[in-house]
Design a protein around this ligand. Structure first.
Ligand code: GLC
Length: 561
């Protein structure tokens, strides 16, 4: 089908030799289970992903992030780990995984996986031993208590399913602590053996050749009365040691923090330049405000949060994203903002999950091509390493009728054929059904159709990823807000020694025009980035007038010489 993918562009940056590769890379979250099924059992697998690597290389993806592929009862999408040192046989073998690493690297790309440090599945042998043999070697691996009244101020995260962070174990006749599902007991990080165990597990995978980890649920490792079970100083201390191990034994490999926290607390996971923790932190503060600002047709909230967000230490970098395998979380916005966002984005109760919205990008943005481009252009140009979510590049839909967050984890849509080309299995045997909604049916929304249409979102995104890679200001440049006379216009500069990139976006669904003040660039020529053609000069008075269509934006470059 995809002959077009054979002509892979030559990578201009060599990610394989650059120790700061994660600052210039574009990440792509790919759920192995949902991407491509090579053996026809209805479940995506590692060999299936290998088959699709050329597609990802063609698109311009630099690094993969794979959510957990460990053996698991799959009661939380694999974040309920039953064995940290193996591959779930449904996805393949360790040899398949090693081949995947080699194939990714062969294409000049990098590969990271999830490390679920905070908790395991209750099916993990450690937990089974802990509950049956309190005095045995695993007795202290989990957080046990005779009372369920401790740390009462810790919030509940899975509000749809849990009413307490404690669960009673009838075998050990004690309560155990769990920040997520009751079948995911928290590991006891006060136990030095647990700390050591996690480091050794990390070594095990790093020795296989992976390029880093997303550290799942990292704020919750240690609990204490004073911190609501989050961001404990001992958690940071442990992460500093963890990072020191990675730097000493596996230089160039990276840690990416999943810390859904307010700006200061999220930024704390970078550590400091002298005592670093994670290389990358997901930009949870900015993500919901992108969606807020687009619907509000007003950039104020976005400006405010960027202003309130600390700049990472020298080698650290935020990771910008729009959607992932979870709900669009609204835990860190104000009550008023949350109410407003539920009203805008989750008009049906099925669209809500916990304190968030379980929908994909295209349905969230009413399938508006302009809005999808705008949102993507934003995460590709704000300071940070963008992380894309599989399927969003073709505007895939979701299925809000599936339970939990499964609606945004349905099979990738490759072709209009059976099971959207994801699998040869009987359709009833699929891990999750393919999307067949009126608007997003896989007949129309699929990679093959997108490749036949040069104006598709897929081609658009590829073009923008290519352009982004050609201008180092996007990855490494400084950031300066450019005030605009229109509240719907969001404008900023990414500054770099040779050139500055000017980004200006209209969040309004109306046309508008604004005058930007660029005193440092008076008289300079401005070019469009994607087509590299002269646009207009900044006036001698340092002013540049821009006129926008609904949800339109500019990516412009100003040479410094
Ligand atoms: C993270 C994961 C989410 C999972 C939770 C518990 O937030 O992204 O999918 O349910 O951790 O492990």
């Amino acid at each position: 089908m995809m002959n077009i993918l054979k002509n892979l562009p030559k990578r201009e940056r060599n990610l394989m030799t650059d120790p700061l590769w994660y600052r210039t890379a574009v990440f792509y979250e790919v759920m192995v289970r949902a991407f491509h099924d090579s053996d026809g059992d209805g479940i995506g697998d590692l060999r299936g992903l290998i088959k699709r690597l050329d597609y990802l290389a063609w698109l311009g993806v630099d690094a993969l992030w794979l959510p957990p592929i460990y053996p698991s009862p799959l009661r939380d999408g694999g974040y309920d780990v039953a064995d940290y040192r193996a591959i779930d046989p449904r996805y393949g073998t360790m040899a398949d995984f090693e081949e995947l690493i080699a194939e990714v690297h062969k294409r000049g790309m990098r590969i990271t996986i999830d490390l679920v440090m905070n908790h395991s599945s209750d099916q993990h042998p450690w937990f089974q031993a802990s509950r049956t043999d309190p005095d045995g070697p695993y007795g202290d691996y989990y957080v046990w208590s005779d009372t369920d009244q401790k740390w009462a101020n810790a919030r509940i995260i899975f509000t749809d399913h849990e009413t307490s962070n404690w669960a009673w174990d009838s075998v050990r006749e004690q309560f155990y602590w769990h920040r997520f599902y009751h079948h995911q007991p928290d590991l006891n990080f006060e136990n030095p053996k647990v700390q050591q165990e996690m480091m050794d597990i990390a070594r095990f995978w790093l020795e296989k050749g992976i390029d880093g980890f997303r550290l799942d649920a990292v704020p919750y490792l240690f609990e204490d009365d004073s911190n609501g079970g989050e961001n404990d100083p001992r958690t940071h201390e442990y992460l500093r040691r963890f990072r020191a191990m990675v730097d000493a034994e596996f230089p160039g490999r990276v840690l990416l923090a999943e810390a859904n926290q307010p700006p200061e607390e999220a930024a704390a996971y970078f550590g400091t330049e002298e005592e670093p923790e994670c290389h990358l932190c997901f930009h949870f503060p900015v993500m919901p405000r992108i969606f807020y600002s687009i619907k509000a047709q007003d950039a104020t909230k976005l400006r405010e949060i960027l202003h309130a967000t600390p700049v990472p230490p020298a080698k650290g970098q935020w990771s910008t994203f729009l959607r992932n395998h979870d709900e669009l979380t609204l835990e860190m916005v104000t009550d008023q903002e949350r109410r407003q966002m539920f009203e805008w984005y989750a008009p049906h109760p099925q669209m809500k999950a916990n304190v968030g919205i379980r929908r994909r990008l295209a349905p969230l943005l009413d399938n508006s091509r302009h809005a999808m481009e705008l949102a993507h252009a934003l995460i590709l140009s704000l300071p940070g390493t963008p992380c894309l979510y599989y399927g969003d590049e073709i505007g895939m839909g979701d299925n809000v009728w599936l339970p939990d967050r499964d609606g945004v984890r349905t099979p990738m849509q490759w072709t209009p054929d059976r099971n959207a080309g994801f699998s040869r299995a009987d359709p009833g045997a699929l891990n999750l059904p393919v999307v067949q909604s009126l608007l997003h049916h896989y007949n129309g929304v699929n990679v093959e159709s997108s490749l036949m249409q040069p104006t598709s979102l897929l081609f658009w995104l590829r073009r923008f990823l290519t352009s982004r890679a050609q201008h180092p200001a996007f990855a490494d440049g400084g950031y300066a807000d450019v005030p605009s006379s229109e509240s719907s216009v969001f404008s900023f500069l990414r500054t770099h020694p040779e050139e500055s990139v000017l980004v200006a976006m209209n969040f309004s669904t109306n046309q508008c025009s604004t005058l930007l003040d660029l005193p440092d660039f008076a008289g300079r020529t401005v070019k469009t980035i994607v087509s590299n053609t002269p646009f207009q000069d900044v006036g001698d008075d340092g002013k540049l007038r821009l006129t926008f269509g609904p949800h339109s934006f500019y990516w412009l470059v100003i040479a410094h010489d």
